[in-house]
Design a protein around this ligand. Structure first.
Ligand SMILES: [Fe+2]
Length: 306
């Protein structure tokens, strides 16, 4: 596979994982993102790993969309004419060409960033409508966004209070909520704002809150996610603190070292083995894609799907 990412400069390495890095990439040269490829993937994509949402203009919440037997072509038509957001998660497991791409991306970074030891690596393929929005949220893992088709504006906020409250981050990490955070419009005065074009990617600081507005065109993007030993420690301490908070204790430390840290690792391990599944946030689909309906979706009852 030819080289994918712009060669890193010392200034990129100096801030890697702690501040935003913007790089050029060559994904636009690959034949992996055409309508034909996307429709074929959507036709057979494992529905457990296929996340689809729709959003109205006037509310800041997403509604879940089920595939409902609709063909990949029709789903793409609904994306084009409606207000639909699709994430084909773990696409590296669905198609060996994406596995090869994932391996190539992380091999390049491993060569170029000394000590960058990434594991639990995954990529998701995003297809979203003109003017679709992703509301203010944060994600648990290290993350990059790769723009392939269309343009979008991304707002990145500091990963610290008031933009990111510890209790809200803990809920995201424990999957108690759907990654959404409280948001105030004045936060935008403190945001980094990028208009992402095809061939550009961003890698930002861990847990950076962000929101995204698509420009008036269909968007195809890739997300990459990874853990490193440090990210895993921070994940574990936030998880453990969240469990303690849910039991009525106020965590006093976010340290990733020492006895308190290892106690939280034990709490996290135990909790995940026993309680996690019952507490996880569950999506309940309310719509199916329909390119002829407003916003490209039709309520499940009206579509005759139960
Ligand atoms: Fe995100």
């Amino acid at each position: 596979m030819p080289r994918i990412i712009q060669r890193l400069e010392p200034r990129h390495r100096a801030v890697w994982g702690r501040h935003t890095v913007k790089l050029r990439h060559g994904l636009t040269e690959l034949d992996l993102f055409s309508d034909e490829v996307l429709a074929a993937l959507l036709d057979t994509y494992d529905e457990k790993r296929l996340i689809m949402h729709t959003m109205a203009d006037d509310v800041s919440t997403w509604k879940s969309v089920a595939r409902g037997g609709v063909s990949g072509r029709r789903i793409l038509d609904a994306v084009r004419s409606g207000r639909v957001w699709i994430n084909m998660t773990d696409v590296q497991d669905a198609d060996p060409r994406f596995r090869e791409l994932l391996d190539a991306i992380y091999a390049e970074w491993a060569r170029e960033v000394p000590g960058f030891n990434a594991f639990k690596r995954k990529i998701g393929l995003l297809v979203s409508s003109p003017n679709a929005r992703v509301f203010y949220h944060c994600d648990p893992a290290g993350q990059a966004l790769w723009q392939v088709r269309g343009r979008k504006r991304i707002y990145l906020y500091p990963p610290a209070p008031p933009f990111l409250q510890p209790a809200e981050l803990e809920n995201v990490i424990r999957s108690v909520t759907a990654e959404e955070l409280s948001y105030q419009p004045w936060y935008d005065d403190h945001a980094e704002v990028y208009d992402l074009e095809p061939g550009q990617m961003l890698h930002w600081a861990l847990n950076c809150p962000h929101r995204i507005d698509n420009h008036d065109e269909i968007n195809v993007s890739l997300t990459s996610e990874h853990f490193t030993p440090e990210i895993l420690r921070r994940w574990a301490v936030n998880y453990g603190n969240g469990v303690l908070r849910s039991l009525g204790y106020t965590p006093r430390s976010r340290s990733v070292h020492g006895a308190a840290f290892w106690t939280k690792v034990a709490v996290t391990t135990l909790w995940r083995a026993t309680v996690q599944e019952r507490q996880s946030y569950k999506r309940v689909p309310e719509f199916v894609p329909d390119p002829d309906a407003p916003n490209g979706v039709r309520p499940i009852a009206a579509a005759g799907v139960s």
